[in-house]
Design a binder for this molecule. Sequence first.
Ligand code: SAM
Length: 313
Amino acid sequence: MENTGAEHIAVMQKEAIELLQCKPGGIYVDATVGLGGHAQEILGKIQPGGLLIGIDRDKEALEKAQSRLVQVSGGFRLLHDNFKNLPLILNNLAVNPVDGILIDLGVSSYQLLSPERGFSFQSDAMLDMRMDRTQQWTAADLVNSMSESELADIIYRYGEERLSRRIAAAIVHERSRTPITRCTQLADIVSRAYRVRGHQNIHPATKTFQSLRIAVNRELEGLEEFLTEAFGFLKPGARMVVIAFHSLEDRIVKKSFRRLAGQCICDAPPDLCQCPRQVLARLLTSRPMTPSPEELAINPRARSARLRSLERI
Ligand SMILES: C[S@@+](CC[C@H](N)C(=O)[O-])C[C@H]1O[C@@H](n2cnc3c(N)ncnc32)[C@H](O)[C@@H]1O
């Protein structure tokens, strides 16, 4: 059965949970708890006596996770916050160290498919795209205020869109006549700028929408620093699992993990490499794991997932 509803099927759940080796009484962090799919599994495995700390910057998702998790156990705390505040969060809870950390990056299907959240080029909603609706800066603010070159850079960098300059020019031209406030309005501007004939696999606005989402939510900023800080909370023998959905995101995870494992992270030839080689972790995935064909048949949205994991030595 294909997933078409505005819910979210946890991606690579079996692989992530096996790698985390959850044990009763342990303390685990789900830094992107979303609708609680992974969290539900973790919570079930850490009782009796375990604690699951679930973080998400989407308040509505947390409410859904709350009603799901109470059915399993009361051994959890959910916090509406940015995972980049993990040190503060754990300090406030007087928790350190932890037995495992899961980070399932990106956006949930629930967010993407809820029309009023303004993530989808198919919805006639306000162009919003905020994961955290208490944040002020929306996608509409971004497209109406950034310079043409800033817009082109964002669309090129985060969307890997080769027509970024043409699309940015079309946005700036359109907004000089009337502000761009709705998803379908932007989707039409991009489609017209695209002017590519014939069959296309994806909607012309897909990459532009993805790039704006990443920019609005500052998804890549500080990710490397966060991964290093989060690693510092792991007990020896404890594990971190990260699932990424974008090549830039996965590159950051790969680099951070290789550095923690004392491996080279530069492009220099081996005899010129000067990377610090302090071995703090063991890589559990030398290459990223990807979803099985069985999972993809049930949930095609998982297709770009890349899972990496390491263990603190
Ligand atoms: C792919 S979904 C996670 C789905 C979840 N594992 C599940 O099983 O339902 C990603 C979630 O991460 C949240 N998120 C993304 N960046 C975040 C950040 N910096 N801090 C906190 N939450 C974040 C999003 O709001 C979204 O709910």
